[in-house]
Ligand binder design. Structure first.
Ligand SMILES: Cc1ncc(COP(=O)(O)O)c(C=O)c1O
Length: 399
């Protein structure tokens, strides 16, 4: 065995296997309707692209140089200001560290807080990387439910009990991937208070903090600054996932630790990306861009939800108030087919060239569900894809 046990014990997620399968289909020239990616459905904010092009033109040496591990001061200032203006905590630039995307932030925070053998709590179904990263760091993952019957709200009592029993941290995304739910303030507060009483941390994944169709983001760190560590991303709002840029803010000792680790493990986040985001975030045009994008996404969300209801009447689905996904309950159809969500996802991709991510990619509690990303296709394609799913089920005698 050449590879580490730490790596090989992780296994390969159904999400990854499905992506490889779809890639092979596309290589053969097959037209695929994919509801699978976590990719924004629009090009990046023009102001950010322009800022990067101008900075590179003006001083390519500086823009291509190493930067500080904490991130460029201009970007940290812009992030602190942006969070403050959006109703979040009153941060100083020193309270913020720039990282290479939300996932990098998550890894660094967990690495800074835990030792092998420590426990973390994850309400599931959840973004699959929480479990992977935790397992890679040799942490024990304690799963609490966030069931569909409860609008995917985390079971606060279950989380609180794990924290009281010594878990080091809980990871919660709001708005959430894959469920699209926005966590209730009361639930978040109850969990933050349990963390406070137990000396634990609440890692608050805010990757979708600007992707709201109703309401706006609650910055939990404003009320619980000692225990909440915010993990942000520019992948979804500025729509620059390939730039790999995000940020972490929170208690000083944690942020200092994250910064040290960033220096050791990655030196600094992409400097060109930081030039793009520093200007983009401050640009007045950014909020207009967000409004335009959210209008597009809202219309696609409605198209996906309406088509699910129309063509697949037994599917259970909520109209999400935020994020980019509908986490649809396919159990009535899967029971008739006699297959689980993973097999269904592969069969559907093979026979109808329509792709959804099986719920088990988000933990065992996602079994029987399918994640539908609604932002990457136009309304007509969304409807066509969902009709294809219905046709597959009809042909198989389940509809
Ligand atoms: C909930 C959540 N957190 C974090 C990430 C990671 O985003 P990135 O590393 O691109 O910032 C994603 C990506 O889809 C996500 O859905």
């Amino acid at each position: 065995m050449v590879l580490s046990n730490r790596l090989t014990s992780l296994g390969v997620s159904p999400h990854r296997k499905l992506a490889d399968f779809v890639y092979q289909l596309k290589l053969k020239g097959v037209r695929v309707i994919s509801f699978a990616a976590g990719q924004p459905g629009v090009p990046p904010y023009e102001g950010a692209v322009k800022a990067l092009a101008e900075a590179l033109e003006k001083d390519p040496y500086k823009v291509s140089s190493y930067g500080p591990s904490a991130g460029l001061p201009a970007l940290r200032e812009a992030i602190a200001e942006d969070i403050r203006d959006a109703g979040g905590p009153d941060l100083a630039p020193e309270d913020v560290t720039v990282v290479s995307g939300g996932l990098d932030g998550l890894q660094l925070v967990l690495s800074a807080l835990t030792d092998p053998g420590d426990r973390v709590v994850v309400p599931e179904p959840a973004y699959g990387m929480y479990e992977y990263v935790s397992k890679f760091l040799r942490l024990k993952v304690e799963v609490c439910p966030q069931p569909s019957e409860n609008g995917f709200q985390p079971d606060a009592e279950c989380v609180a009990e794990s924290l009281r029993n010594g878990a080091k941290a809980v990871i919660i995304a709001s708005p959430d991937n894959p469920t699209g739910r926005v966590a209730d303030r009361g639930v978040l507060k109850a969990i933050a208070e349990a963390a406070q009483e137990s000396g634990a941390y609440l890692i608050y994944d805010e990757a979708y903090r600007y992707i709201y169709y109703e309401g706006s983001h609650y910055y939990l760190a404003r009320d619980y600054p000692e225990v909440v560590i915010g993990v942000g991303s520019f992948s979804k709002d500025l729509a620059i996932p390939g730039f790999r840029l995000g940020f972490v803010y929170g208690p000083k000792e944690v942020i200092t630790g994250v910064r040290r680790l960033k220096g050791i493990l990655g030196i600094c986040a992409s400097v060109p990306a930081q030039y793009a985001a520093a200007t983009g975030l401050r640009d007045p045009g950014f909020k207009d861009y967000l409004r335009r994008v959210l209008d597009i996404y809202r219309s696609r969300r409605d198209a996906a939800y309406n088509a699910l209801k129309k063509y697949l009447p037994e599917v259970g689905a909520y109209l999400p108030k935020a994020a980019m996904y509908i986490f649809a309950d396919f159990r009535p159809y899967l029971e008739k087919l006699g297959v689980d969500d993973v097999k269904f996802a592969f069969d559907l991709a093979e026979k109808k060239h329509v792709v959804m991510v099986p719920g088990q990619a988000f933990g065992a509690l996602g079994k029987g569900f399918m994640r539908v990303t609604f932002v990457t296709q136009d309304e007509a394609t969304i409807e066509e894809g969902i009709k294809q799913i219905a046709e597959y089920l009809r042909e198989a005698g389940a509809l």
